[in-house]
Design a protein around this ligand. Sequence first.
Ligand SMILES: NC(=O)c1ccc[n+]([C@@H]2O[C@H](COP(=O)([O-])OP(=O)(O)OC[C@H]3O[C@@H](n4cnc5c(N)ncnc54)[C@H](O)[C@@H]3O)[C@@H](O)[C@H]2O)c1
Length: 436
Amino acid sequence: MIDKHDAYDEVLAILDQTAKLLGWEEQDYLRLKYPEREMKVSIPVEMDDGSLQIFEGYRVQHSNLLGPYKGGIRYHQSIDLSEIRTLAAWMTFKCAVVNLPFGGGKGGIKVDVTELSKSELERLTRAYTNMIYPIVGPDTDIPAPDVNTNAETMAWFMDTYSSLRGEPTPAVVTGKPIELGGSLGRADATGLGIKLMVREICKKHKLAFKGARIAIQGCGNVGRSAAKHLHRSGCKIVALSDVSGGIYQEEGLDIEEILKFLSEETGRLLQDYYSPGIRRIPREELLIQDVDILIPAALGHQITGELAPQIKARLIVEGANAPTTIEGDKMLAKKGVIIVPDILANSGGIIVSYFEWIQNLYSLKWEEYDINQKLETIMVEAFNKVWDEAEKYSTSLRQGAYLIALDRLITAAKMKDLEQQTIHEYRHSIQSVHSY
Ligand SMILES: NC(=O)c1ccc[n+]([C@@H]2O[C@H](COP(=O)([O-])OP(=O)(O)OC[C@H]3O[C@@H](n4cnc5c(N)ncnc54)[C@H](O)[C@@H]3O)[C@@H](O)[C@H]2O)c1
């Protein structure tokens, strides 16, 4: 639910509102209002034509109350420190809601990737790694891919970090190629997690999971893999869209064929897909189709206050980060639409990143079946906890997720403070003994 204009204010408002519900004082969660560390770097890169360009990069470490900072690295021309700071805080909540031993961090470079060659992008990534080297590491801060970065970017990052450290250090990043220590199941984890969340919310609302009619916005990593898993579980994907437009088929789209057509290697778009029986819809209309379940899995800020009254789905499972604006959220609540919020629904990726990190640290290789089983255990448990919390406070699942996350974070903070206090008291008592 990030609003780009006052993104971090939104984090602060959620902190205040949630802590109040939990009965905590501001002193108890004050430290969560301030990112623990923010690094801004000016990255010099030699371009292919021999000229030098300077790019602005960031790494924000919001909180390590629950473990090392964890969060992706985003390359985009529009990012700024405020956005990265907000996304870092969001990672703190996401890790806390699914109970991972990670804190929250985020990084990024202000760059339009379409204007750089591959070798320029590699030099940029390596120079950025060099500059943030002092504050990252397998025990301190573990980056991952995000918008416009991928497994290859992580390979460059890991290679540079390992050279600087003088030893192979695969656990410094997750989302690596399998051949370099990446985890089986990582590429599909977010989509698989979304399927699990759809299944669980259907159970709670006594809606048949098999045969449920679903619309998915976005055919990227998340949308494609969610469509695949839901289709294979018997759901009917009736509408799908990407940046080029949308398609609709009342009796359910042939997802296997569409996925083959759209595969990453082909780089093809939906506008070029044809099959008898499909109807083309403008991409904006995907979200207002008459379906049981809607999965926004493309961009942020799609379900606005203006659009929300037109939404016909009873259930929304947020695949993208922050697809619903604050106004949109309020309108949907009034209509009685139930939302499984982003920090829970799309956490499959971070959970399998956690598995990748463990495998790297202990030189293990887990089977994909075991990884998926562990993912399911964590996500279903988190879903049920969020559900119970929302019931207990008669509130939304989104607020329930914040309640779970914040309670874990504040409890950890209090325990640390207690420890400090105990150490202080101990030192004081020693001093008293010596002074006799
Ligand atoms: N990849 C992950 O594991 C992961 C994990 C958690 C959250 N997310 C979030 O999920 C969202 C999607 O991530 P992704 O990795 O699939 O990205 P991606 O870049 O692989 O795919 C984005 C998709 O959205 C489509 N799209 C762009 N503009 C659109 C529009 N106006 N209407 C319809 N479709 C449009 C693109 O054509 C593409 O199919 C992002 O918000 C991301 O932050 C991703």
